[in-house]
Each structure stands twice: as C-alpha cells, then as structure tokens.
Design a protein around this ligand. Structure first.
Ligand code: PNS
Length: 159
C-alpha cells in the first residue's frame, strides 16, 4: 500500500519527520509530496525543500520513503501514483477545521481516497514551519524543532 504525505515543507520540521517515520513503519511505501505551486511565498525553493527532505529521510534511515514534487490537485497526484491514502498530521483542534475541509474536498473529487490523521507527538504539537522561521528570524533557538542540518540551511538563508 502506498501512502501520500503532502505538504509545503518550508522547511521540514522534527514534527513532519516524526509523522513520516511513524507512517513508514505501517505502510509499504510513503511518498512525501512537496507542493510546487504554493500561493504562500516560501523561504526555500522547491529544489531546496526536496533536497532538505531527502537528507532528513536518509539520516532517519527510511528506505521506503520517496520525495516527489506535485503541482495541481493532490487527488490527481494520488491517482497517478496508484495511491488512495493521504496522511496528515493533526497537532491541535485548530488544525482540525482546515484539515476536515481538505479531506472532504479530496474525498468528493476522488471517492476512494481516504485521509488518515496521525496525532502529532505532544512535543511537536505546537510547532510549525512558520513558527520555526519566525523564531530563526530573531536568532532564537530552533534546535528542538528542526534537525542540525535544517538549522544550518536556515542560517545560510540569513547570511
Ligand atoms: O503543509 P501544508 O501547506 O499545510 O500543505 C497543504 C497541502 C499541500 C496538503 C494542500 O494545500 C494541498 O493539497 N494542495 C494541493 C491543491 C489541492 O489539491 N487542493 C484541493 C484541496 S483544498
């Protein structure tokens, strides 16, 4: 069974990696789908986001996880990759409304598609890529939220 874990990953956090690792232990193959055409302005280019993710996945030793980019609708990407399972992490109740909307829309567009939610670990339940970027922009300590490599990549952007 192939599952898709979609997102912007700008940049990938320890919270994302925790979900990827847990999901990779339950399914045959995980495709981490990196959104190309985000309306949000990203700190990292698509290529950088992919490269950073690939490095993280390698350092976690996850051999059944692949990184792919996607543009357009997630349901089309899922169909093209013979998958009908999408995984998303849920941190707090505030995530729920948005996630529920996307899950319903995706299910309307592709009836067989199931969205599975994994509850984020408590220590990652209040972090996000945006918060990490904000703390970093004020030279705050982000070492609990991202890997050393991601920290280095963020610092490079600040130079
Ligand atoms: O990490 P993010 O930014 O919360 O991820 C959001 C994402 C990529 C899952 C979502 O924006 C998405 O699937 N976009 C692709 C466009 C799409 O399929 N839209 C229909 C559902 S609203």
């Amino acid at each position: 069974m192939i599952v898709i874990y979609p997102g912007s990953f700008d940049p990938v956090t320890k919270g994302h990696m925790d979900i990827i690792e847990r999901v990779s232990k339950k399914f045959e193959k995980v495709i981490v789908a990196v959104l190309v055409n985000s309306e949000k302005k990203t700190l990292f280019t698509l290529e950088e986001r992919e490269k950073i993710l690939e490095n993280e996945i390698k350092s976690y030793g996850l051999s059944n996880v692949e990184v792919e980019r996607f543009d357009g609708l997630l349901v089309d990407f899922a169909r093209e990759h013979n998958s009908n399972i999408v995984v998303r992490g849920l941190r707090a109740i505030s995530d729920y409304e948005y996630e529920l909307q996307i899950a319903h829309i995706n299910s309307d567009l592709y009836n067989e598609l199931e969205t599975i939610f994994l509850v984020a670990k408590a220590e990652y339940s209040y972090i996000s890529s945006s918060v990490v970027k904000e703390i970093a922009s004020y030279n705050g300590d982000i070492s609990s939220f991202v890997s050393k490599n991601v920290e280095k990549e963020i610092k490079k952007k600040q130079d």
